[in-house]
Design a protein around this ligand. Structure first.
Ligand code: ADP
Ligand code: CDP
Length: 220
């Protein structure tokens, strides 16, 4: 069972995917963390993230390893735990530029496909282009949405002291960059089930997705 969960920032992809995977005994992959990890490596190694050629030539250098246990997801870059630094503001501000570079996407997509292929009990993979590009044959595709206001309120609740208005503007800017890039932009697959989470609790979203997976399992 391969489940693809896509959508913009703050729609609940990570929280939902982890909970659904844990509940159903599936592995879990946060593909955003991989793009954040390669971005963190570029910044740490002095690569100019406004220079697509420089990013492209460095794209193959870092070794990125994701742990896929939903109750303890991990990510390392060249053997170093990157789970803290990849969430910092600087990485968040630069990740869209790095992830738009085709050589970066080719490398990370290959990694994602091999992780999914190796997940013996099935996997929930969350991101922006999983249903459209990475795993177009996924058994179930979900596209989560929510109003920019709800997403900004959720995100600024996580970042202590963050201004909701500034968070909303930053989210909208990142969505626009992710949706308009040439290579595998953020998009809903034609066969994805869209779930608007604006007025749902996280628990309701989890239950909805668990039901969709169980229905799919019963039908196959
Ligand atoms: N339906 C929901 N209602 C309220 N808060 C939510 C909901 N879904 C997620 N959250 C919270 O919003 C924040 C962002 O969720 P997350 O799963 O990281 O989103 P994404 O992976 O899409 O960026 C987290 O703090 C999470 O607990
Ligand atoms: N499948 C994916 C996942 C993430 N990304 C990129 O990685 C960034 C960070 O993704 P994320 O899922 O960690 O972002 P949040 O929504 O958690 O803030 C996105 O803004 C995209 O630029 C991507 O291009 N393709």
């Amino acid at each position: 069972m391969i489940v693809a969960i896509d959508g913009p920032s703050g729609t609940g992809k990570s929280s939902t995917s982890k909970a659904v995977a844990a509940k159903l005994g599936l592995s879990y992959l946060d593909t955003g963390a991989q793009y954040r990890a390669i971005t963190w490596w570029m910044i740490s190694n002095g690569v100019d993230v406004t220079d697509a050629d420089a990013i492209a030539s460095a794209a193959g250098k870092p070794s990125i390893v994701s742990g896929t246990d939903p109750s303890h997801p991990t990510i390392t870059v060249d053997g170093v735990d990157a789970s803290g630094p990849i969430r910092e503001q600087d990485v968040t501000a630069k990740v869209s530029a790095v992830s738009a570079v085709p050589e970066v996407r080719a490398r990370i997509t290959e990694l994602q496909r091999s992780i999914a292929a190796g997940a013996e009990n099935g996997i929930v993979v969350e991101g922006r282009d999983i249903g459209t590009t990475v795993l177009p044959d996924a058994d179930l595709k979900i596209f989560l949405t929510a109003s920019p206001e709800a997403r900004a309120a959720r995100r600024s609740g996580e970042l202590k002291g963050a201004d909701v208005h500034a968070t909303r503007e930053a989210l909208i800017k990142r969505d626009a960059a992710d949706s308009s890039r040439k290579t595998s932009p953020l998009a809903k697959a034609d066969d994805a089930v869209e779930v608007d989470t604006t007025d749902l609790t996280l628990q309701q979203v989890i239950e909805c997705v668990v039901t969709l997976v169980e229905e799919k399992r019963a039908a196959t």
